[in-house]
Design a protein. Structure first.
Length: 457
C-alpha cells in the first residue's frame, strides 16, 4: 500500500485552542520574539521539540500504575535496568531525570580545561555541558552535512580522517572521550552508518580513548541502517541496535526521544571504576542510583517505551510521515536539508530568506513568521543556538548553517495537522521577501537560545 497509516488508535484527546493572527502578534511581542517564552496554550501546532512531547501508549500508562516508588531498590528500577541492558548490553546503568543530567555527570568526571571532545555534531546541551568544564566541543561531521541540497544516505557520519588528525594534533591525553550523536540532531536529524560507528570504535580503541554514543534517537538511526546500508535489510531492528551499542564503551540517553516518555534518561558504562564515580555524583545531584531523579512510574514508562520505539511498524510510520512533510515542502520549492531526517524537517533559512544577513538571524526571523502565519512553534538551529561572541575580537562568530527545525512529536499529530503545517509554510514562502530580520537585545552566558530577547528590525 502507498498510504502509510498511523499504527495506533487514538484513545484520549487534548483540545487545541485556535488563535487569530492579531492575537499571535501580541503573544510574540510579549515573548520578546523568542518562541520558548510562549504559553503552550497559545500555540496551535507545537513542533518546538520531539523531546518529551510524544504520546505514551496504553501499555506505558499501565506501567505508570505499576510504579514502585520505593526510595532504593524498587522493582520498577529492576525492570528499567533489565530493559536498558538487553538493548545496550552495558553493564552499569544509571537513571537520570533527562539526557542533559547524564551529560553533566559524565563530563564533570572525564573532562577538564584544555581538553577536546570530538563528535560528529554536538547538540546544544552536550556542547554547553562540555564547554562548562573548559573543554572544547569539536564537530567533525563529513563535509556533505554542510550542503543542504547534497544527497548522502548517511549525512550524519563523522569524518574519520578529521578524527585521526585531531588525535594526532591534540594528543591522546587531551581527548577524554569520543562521541557520536545518533541521529545527528544539529545536522538535520541525519543518520550515522554502522560502518562509520564501527570505524570510530576502531580508532578509539587503537588509542585507548573511551567511545560514547549520544543515543537519543537510536531506534530511528537503526531503521535508516536497515533501509540504506548493505547487509542489514534482513536484520531486525533489535539486532542492529545491539550491534551499534556493542562498539561503544558507554552512552548518554534522553529517554524523552526514543524512550517515548515524558521525562527520563540514563548514563551507561562498562567501566566499574568510572561507574562508581558517576554513582557518587548522581547521589549528590540527582538521587539514589536506583531512581536517579525519577519516580518509579517514570522508570516503568521508559522501560516500556524503549522497546516500543524499536517496533518496525512504528518506525516505518515515524520515518515516512516525516518524509511526507519534507517531500511536500520540496515540491513547493521550500529549501530543506535533503534527504529528510528521522525526527524533524530542517528548513534552510539562508536559502529561504537570502535577503536577511546572518547578523540579523534569518532562522529566528523565520520561526517568528511561521508562528504569526499559522500558530506553529518551531526552533532555530543556527547562529542564535550555536553562534557566540569571540572574546578576543568581541565580534559574533556565526554558525555554518542557519536552519529552522520542525520537530515532530511521536504519536501526537495526524496527517491533517501536517497538511496544515505545509500550507502555512508555503504561504510564508510566497511572501518571504517581506520578512524582516531581528536584533538580539539580551543573551545569557550559556544556551542563549532558550532565554534570549529580540526585537524586529
Amino acid at each position: 500500500m502507498k498510504t502509510i497509516i498511523e499504527p495506533f488508535r487514538i484513545k484520549s484527546v487534548e483540545p487545541i485552542r485556535m488563535s487569530s493572527k492579531k492575537s499571535r502578534e501580541f503573544y510574540l511581542e510579549a515573548a520578546h520574539h523568542n518562541l520558548f517564552f510562549l504559553q503552550a496554550s497559545d500555540v496551535i501546532i507545537d513542533l518546538l521539540t520531539d523531546s518529551g512531547t510524544g504520546a505514551m501508549s496504553s501499555e506505558q500508562w499501565a506501567g505508570v500504575m505499576r510504579g514502585d516508588e520505593s526510595y532504593a531498590g524498587s522493582v520498577s528500577f529492576q525492570r528499567f535496568e533489565n530493559s536498558v541492558r538487553k538493548i545496550t548490553g552495558f553493564e552499569f546503568i544509571m537513571p537520570t531525570h533527562q539526557g542533559r543530567a547524564a551529560e553533566r555527570v559524565l563530563f564533570s568526571i572525564l573532562c577538564k580545561k584544555g581538553d577536546v571532545v570530538p563528535n560528529n555534531t554536538h547538540f546544544d546541551t552536550t556542547r554547553a555541558n562540555i564547554e562548562f568544564q573548559g573543554t572544547e566541543a569539536r564537530d567533525l561531521v563529513i563535509k556533505e552535512a554542510y550542503h543542504p541540497e547534497a544527497f548522502h544516505p548517511f549525512k550524519g557520519n563523522m569524518d574519520l580522517e578529521a578524527l585521526k588528525q585531531t588525535i594526532s594534533d591534540i594528543g591522546v591525553d587531551r581527548i577524554p572521550l569520543i562521541m557520536v550523536t545518533i541521529t545527528n540532531n544539529s545536522g538535520g536529524g541525519q543518520p550515522v552508518s554502522m560502518e562509520n560507528i564501527r570505524e570510530i570504535s576502531k580508532i578509539a580503541r587503537k588509542h585507548k580513548i573511551p567511545f560514547y554514543i549520544d543515543a537519543c534517537r537510536f531506534a530511528e538511526n537503526a531503521y535508516f541502517i536497515k533501509m540504506r546500508e548493505d547487509g542489514y535489510r534482513r536484520k531486525s531492528i533489535k539486532s542492529i541496535v545491539n550491534e551499534m551499542f556493542s562498539y561503544a564503551d558507554g552512552c548518554t540517553m534522553s529517554a524523552k526521544k526514543d524512550g517515548i516518555a515524558n521525562i527520563g534518561g540514563f548514563l551507561c558504562t562498562n567501566d566499574e571504576k568510572l561507574a562508581q564515580q558517576e554513582k557518587n555524583l548522581l547521589i549528590l545531584t540527582e538521587g539514589f542510583p536506583t531512581y536517579g531523579g525519577l519516580a518509579g512510574r517514570d522508570l516503568e514508562a521508559v522501560a516500556i517505551g524503549l522497546n516500543e520505539a524499536m517496533n518496525e511498524d512504528y518506525l516505518e510510520y515515524r520515518i515516512k510521515s516525516t518524509k511526507y512533510l519534507g517531500d511536500y515542502l520540496s515540491q513547493n520549492d521550500v529549501p530543506i536539508i535533503k534527504p529528510p531526517g528521522g525526527h524533524a524537517i530542517y528548513i534552510d533559512a539562508k536559502a529561504f530568506l537570502p535577503h536577511i544577513p546572518q547578523e540579523q538571524y534569518p532562522g529566528q526571523a523565520l520561526v517568528c513568521e511561521l508562528y504569526l502565519e499559522g500558530g506553529i512553534r518551531s526552533v532555530e538551529i543556527g547562529s542564535v543556538m550555536f553562534g557566540k561572541t569571540d572574546p578576543k575580537t568581541n565580534k559574533e562568530v556565526f554558525a555554518p548553517m542557519e536552519l529552522v527545525r520542525l520537530a515532530i512529536p511521536r504519536r501526537t499529530y495526524t496527517q491533517s495537522h501536517i497538511d496544515y503545517v505545509i500550507e502555512s509554510i508555503v504561504n510564508v514562502y510566497k511572501k518571504r521577501d517581506k520578512i524582516k530580520g531581528l536584533k538580539m537585545t539580551y543573551q545569557p552566558e550559556y544556551l542563549r537560545h532558550f532565554t534570549a530577547h529580540f526585537k524586529s528590525l
